[in-house]
Design a protein around this ligand. Structure first.
Ligand SMILES: Nc1ncnc2c1ncn2[C@@H]1O[C@H](COP(=O)(O)OP(=O)(O)OP(=O)(O)O)[C@@H](O)[C@H]1O
Ligand SMILES: O=C(O)C1=C[C@@H](O)[C@@H](O)[C@H](O)C1
Ligand SMILES: [Mg+2]
Length: 181
């Protein structure tokens, strides 16, 4: 499969809690690729947590760092990249993402909420109504996530391993489409 992708990076997009980091690790192993998580790269580069960056520089400051990191990351090959949930918001990010294959992990709000209810590391969810916030973010971002090359719908029963298998099986169909275009 690694030779099928010919070193082209795989970018995972989707909402907070969609499983981009979890499934991304498994896909990297399957593909014989390296793994990067843009949120982790940002935290390492700035020596700050995502919460601290939002508190000090605001969401706009975080988004600028996120774009800078993505620009650097896309100059490498053979990577599976788990991106932050809001990477789709800036138009310039799409020019970087389109260097690779873009995979949307599409997960319903109820599942996202169940996974993230006890999590305090996502600043955008520090809200009186975190489930409503997730719903409105997903609604606002769905047209953007829909621009991915591949959309994988996830249900509550599927394990990360099953989702990774589903992705591996779906990748050749997207490559065929690309080749015939
Ligand atoms: N298929 C799954 N089944 C059950 N739990 C899962 C599944 N995938 C991920 N999780 C759990 O959900 C939580 C969020 O997953 P993860 O951190 O991979 O999401 P993410 O898309 O990277 O989120 P973010 O954009 O905030 O970084 C983690 O606790 C993870 O263990
Ligand atoms: O959905 C979002 O906008 C975010 C998701 C996380 O991955 C982090 O990038 C940050 O918490 C913002
Ligand atoms: Mg993540």
């Amino acid at each position: 499969m690694s030779s099928l992708l010919q070193g082209v990076n795989l970018y995972l997009i989707g909402m907070m809690g969609a499983g981009k980091t979890t499934v991304g690790h498994l896909l990297a192993k399957e593909l014989g690729y390296g793994f990067l998580d843009t949120d982790n790269v940002i935290a390492q580069a700035t020596k700050k947590s995502i919460n601290e960056i939002f508190a000090e520089a605001g969401e706009a400051g975080f988004r600028q760092i996120e774009s800078d990191v993505l620009a650097q990351v896309c100059s490498y090959t053979k990577l599976t990249v788990a991106t932050g949930g809001g990477i789709v918001l800036r138009r310039e990010n799409w020019s970087y993402l389109h260097h690779g294959l873009i995979l949307w992990l599409d997960v319903p709000v109820d599942i996202l909420y169940a996974r993230l209810a006890a999590d305090t590391t996502r600043p955008l969810l520090q809200d009186d109504d975190p489930k409503g916030k997730l719903r409105s973010l997903l609604e606002q971002r769905t047209p953007l996530y829909s621009q991915a090359d591949l959309r994988i719908c996830v249900n509550a029963e599927e394990t990360p391993e099953q989702i990774a298998n589903k992705v591996m099986q779906a990748i050749p169909s997207v490559l065929k489409q690309t080749a015939s275009n």
